[in-house]
Design a protein around this ligand. Structure first.
Ligand SMILES: Cc1ncc(COP(=O)(O)O)c(CN[C@@H](CCC(=O)O)C(=O)O)c1O
Length: 401
């Protein structure tokens, strides 16, 4: 008797499944605005020049393939925490950050979820509505209960700030509040600095624990420091917090699976104990992380010339997306005679634009126009170029009305 016979087919992933459908499409007009992965103006994947330089250096040096420690490459963990908080930040100076290299952002979030499940039984994680498609899967599979806080307001195509604050205030004391550090996915709508202050106030007042997901540091605005502003604001208040990091987008290391989980504690001793427990959770999960991506990051950040080159390439990538955003807005404004205000596209930041297209309308974009996007109406501008903006505008105007 077959023991696997009863296993049913899993549905395609709402985000990564879009790329599979795109690949199967033979129409040359097809456009993949699904997965949040940077493409050049020629719509090709992009390996940063500075990454190739670092890899050549590593090849020349000759590197062994010894196991990393469970917590990852020590030089990477130091570099990634300093990139996030700033090397002279008191949390770094006082050694209050427990940093463990994770399998990119997803793996870092999952390791943090395992820590929450083990040490905060019953605690809830509040996630934004909407949020990145995989957040719910991560907490469900880690058996961490979650609920949503209001975030996107379809009426204003902006932030429902009052709703967000009210839901955070109503959450049981000591909840974990999952926040997108910058470039909110899928909406592209970020709180203003003043709103971040108020969010920190309500979290502090309720003894909640801020849990940042920072997947786009430097990629949203082009500045590593600006994009870390929200995290540094909370750290400056002396709050304990968690931050998951990813180098998929800002360094183009998607498939290298390099990221980190950082836990800011009240004392260095607590940080040491938290790190030891993160290691205990990682060992049976994947034992120890891959070395290549960690070395690329560590080599780039530790060499001033390479670090400056990286910053310039990040500005170039962020700049290209800003140009595409502007051109799409111009095309939509010119083509849509309904008088609809498309300016929300210019106000959004980062890789995505939340178009407001419904599920059915998004499906029309794919079925009729061969534009691949997620069913929540999100388009990845990183998959668009100036030449295709007019066609995309035609598709959106047609699907919208
Ligand atoms: C907010 C957020 N957190 C974490 C991640 C995880 O990325 P890692 O590669 O694991 O570091 C992503 C990537 N989201 C993109 C990429 C595709 C995906 O993983 O869903 C997206 O939303 O298209 C993200 O947008």
């Amino acid at each position: 008797v077959s023991r696997f016979e009863g296993i049913t087919m899993a549905p395609p992933d709402p985000i990564l499944g879009v790329s599979e459908a795109f690949k199967a499409d033979t129409d040359e007009r097809k456009l993949n605005l699904g997965v949040g992965a940077y493409r050049t103006e020629e719509l090709q994947p992009y390996v940063l020049k500075v990454v190739k330089k670092a890899e050549n250096l590593m090849l020349e040096r000759g590197e062994n393939k010894e196991y990393l420690p469970i917590e990852g490459l020590v030089a990477f963990n130091k570099a990634t925490a300093e990139l996030l908080f700033g090397a002279d930040n008191p949390v770094i100076k006082q050694q209050r950050v427990a940093t463990v290299q994770g399998l990119s952002g997803t793996g870092s979030l999952r390791l943090a979820a395992a820590l929450i499940e083990r040490y905060f039984p019953g605690a809830k994680v509040l996630i934004s509505s909407p949020t990145w498609g995989n957040h719910k899967n991560i907490f469900n599979d880690a058996r961490v209960p979650w609920s949503e806080y209001r975030y996107y307001d379809p009426k204003t195509v902006g932030l429902d700030f009052e709703g967000m604050i009210a839901d955070i205030k109503d959450a049981p004391e000591g909840s974990f509040i999952l926040l997108h550090g910058c470039a909110h996915n899928p909406t592209g709508i970020d709180p203003t600095p003043e709103q971040w202050e108020k969010i920190a106030d309500v979290i502090q007042k309720k003894n909640h624990i801020p849990f940042f997901d920072v997947a786009y540091q430097g990629f949203a605005s082009g500045s590593l420091d600006a994009d870390a502003g929200s995290v540094r604001l909370f750290a400056a208040r002396g709050m304990e917090l968690l931050v998951a990091q990813s180098y998929s987008k800002n360094l183009g290391l998607y498939a290298e699976r390099i990221g980190a989980i950082n836990v800011v504690c009240s004392t260095a001793d607590a940080a040491t104990r938290v790190k030891s427990q993160l290691k205990r959770l990682a060992r049976p999960m994947y034992s120890n992380p891959p070395v290549h991506g960690a070395k690329i990051v560590a080599n780039i950040v530790s060499d001033p010339a390479l670090f400056n080159e990286w910053k310039a390439e990040m500005e170039m990538m962020a700049g290209r997306i800003k140009n595409v955003r502007q051109k799409l807005y111009d095309s939509l404004s010119a083509k849509d005679k309904s008088g609809k205000d498309w300016s929300f596209i210019l106000k959004q930041i980062g890789m995505f634009s939340f178009t407001g297209l419904s599920k059915t309308q998004s499906e029309n974009m794919t079925n009729k126009w061969h534009v691949y996007m997620t069913k929540d109406g999100r388009i990845s501008l990183a998959g668009l170029n100036l030449a295709k903006c007019e066609d995309l505008a035609d598709a959106i105007v047609d699907s919208y009305h």
